[in-house]
Write a protein that binds this ligand. Structure first.
Ligand SMILES: Cc1ncc(COP(=O)(O)O)c(C=O)c1O
Length: 478
């Protein structure tokens, strides 16, 4: 309470002026209910008036119910006497712009059936937290903080924490990517990388080609930027080459967005030769590729396939976005974007407009974790665990479901096609029996995914997988 601002006059008694001052403060909502008033001795010293004037003012206010006293504790503002006036109302919904409206409309976290206790949920493709090596993580935290000290808690650089950037450049080299003429920026996951590219390189009405179906968040990001998402159908071996060429011929295509390994939602891995064919088509029509390599480390059925970025030796046609969300920890929100130096120069400035930089503490711990060799150990461990769930789920699907097709060869999920009933109708039936999954329609720009569903396996036990798939099979037959 700002008692120092009382300007006493000589016409009224001091105690009355103090009383009125306190009432005024209450009427103007400048004090909170149950807020403590200064002790009488203290206030008399602050205001330079007799303690008796303060005591009289407090007693009169208490008689009126404006304040109350608690023996041994002091005098407080009565709740009923504060905040008398109505707040100021703004109709925020009338002010929201198209970006905000679309973000809300396309936010499937709000519109889809949420997770509830006792449901068997095949919705998630997040990693299984029980597999995280917390001891290694704690060690990485302590080591890095003792090496860097307060530096990790201060402002850092927009492009990222240098040791992590250098580590990732080497990592990309080990994937066969020629990094000559390229640079890297650390992002808040894949999502921010794609968002920054859309912000800096697209305008409303631009077109981006992608696999149909594709990652729902990517569709959302493109749409909120007013981009026309041009889907190309998927076959069992990946994107349809003939349709892709047809659509690339439309020379107004700005980018291609592709997920060549463990594609979400289909799980398909584009084989080496076809990768080359796809790369050459984009090159022929001079359309840059945004390659999403989000979980290519999780291979367990085929031998390693190089990213498309590795085919572009000495070129600048591919922007590669990687992420630690599936292969390590989504909560630290660290991804990276490797591209031509000119692109990174622009994105560095875009990043400063958005959030200045990705948390240096998180980047520092992650770097230490990677450097220590814990990363390789973790990858081996999760591959083994997810492979077991994947193979078991395949057996269960074949035993209980009899789907039209099963696509994919690993990663964290299985994509299946069904007949006679849409994925969404099946979901509504299964929900009543305690099982949920993601219906294929959320991954599609048209009705291509209507008769499909994605089963995320990474956070379920074998027992839950079998029980859930059995229920899906039963509901499909009903
Ligand atoms: C295709 C695809 N790319 C990237 C990601 C990861 O995004 P982020 O790194 O922002 O967590 C996901 C997560 O589900 C995904 O499905």
């Amino acid at each position: 309470m700002i008692f120092s601002s009382i300007d006493f006059n000589e016409d009224e008694p001091i105690y009355l002026q103090i009383e009125n001052y306190i009432k005024n403060m209450i009427n103007n909502n400048m004090v909170v209910a149950n807020g403590k008033l200064p002790a009488t001795r203290e206030l008399s010293r602050i205001l330079g008036v007799s303690r008796n004037s303060i005591i009289t003012a407090y007693e009169n206010l208490e008689d009126e119910g404006v304040v109350y006293t608690v023996k041994g504790k002091g005098t407080f503002i009565s709740p009923s006497k504060s905040k008398t006036e109505e707040g100021w109302q703004i109709s925020w919904n009338d002010k929201v712009n198209n970006y905000g409206k679309l973000a809300l409309e396309l936010d499937i976290v709000k519109s889809e059936i949420p997770w509830e206790k006792n449901l068997i949920s095949f919705k998630s493709i997040s990693p299984d937290g029980e597999l995280f090596d917390m001891e290694e993580f704690k060690k990485a935290f302590l080591n890095r903080i003792s090496i860097e000290g307060h530096k990790l808690l201060n402002y850092g650089y927009a492009k990222g924490y240098k040791p992590l950037m250098e580590y990732l450049l080497e990592y990309m080299k080990s994937k066969g990517v020629d990094i000559e003429g390229k640079d890297i920026i650390i992002t808040n996951g894949f999502t921010e990388g794609l968002e920054m590219l859309c912000e800096a390189y697209t305008s409303p009405g631009d077109k981006i080609i992608c696999e149909n179906p594709t990652h729902n968040t990517s569709i959302k990001i493109m749409k909120v930027h007013g981009i026309e998402v041009v889907g190309v159908k998927m076959n069992e071996d990946g994107i349809d080459i003939l349709e892709l060429e047809e659509k690339l011929k439309d020379n107004k295509i700005k980018f291609g967005y592709l997920i060549p390994s463990y594609h979400n939602p289909t799980g398909i891995v584009l084989k080496g030769e076809k990768r080359f064919e796809v790369y050459n088509l984009f090159k022929k029509y001079n359309v840059p590729i945004i390659e999403d390599g989000f979980n290519e480390e999780l291979l367990y059925n085929s031998t390693h396939v190089s990213p498309i970025a590795a085919l572009d030796k000495g070129g600048s046609g591919v922007v590669y976005i990687g992420s630690f969300s599936k292969i390590l920890f989504p909560g630290i929100r660290v991804g990276w974007l490797l591209a031509d130096k000119e692109v990174i120069n622009i994105l560095e400035s875009v990043k400063r407009c958005k959030n200045i930089h990705t948390s240096f503490l998180d980047q520092g711990i992650l770097y230490e974790y990677l450097r220590s060799g814990a990363f390789e150990k973790q990858i081996k461990k999760v591959r083994k665990s997810y492979k077991e769930r994947y193979e078991f789920a395949l057996k269960c699907i074949n035993k209980y479901v009899n789907p039209k097709f099963i696509w994919g060869e690993g990663g964290l999920h299985i994509y299946i096609g069904i007949e006679g009933i849409t994925g969404r109708e099946l979901l509504n039936r299964c929900y009543k029996k305690g099982v949920i999954f993601t219906p294929g329609d959320v991954f599609s720009m048209d009705n291509a995914g209507d008769y499909t569903l994605r089963l995320g396996l990474s956070r379920l036990s074998l027992k839950e997988i079998e029980k859930g798939i059995k229920i899906i099979g039963e509901e499909l037959k009903n």
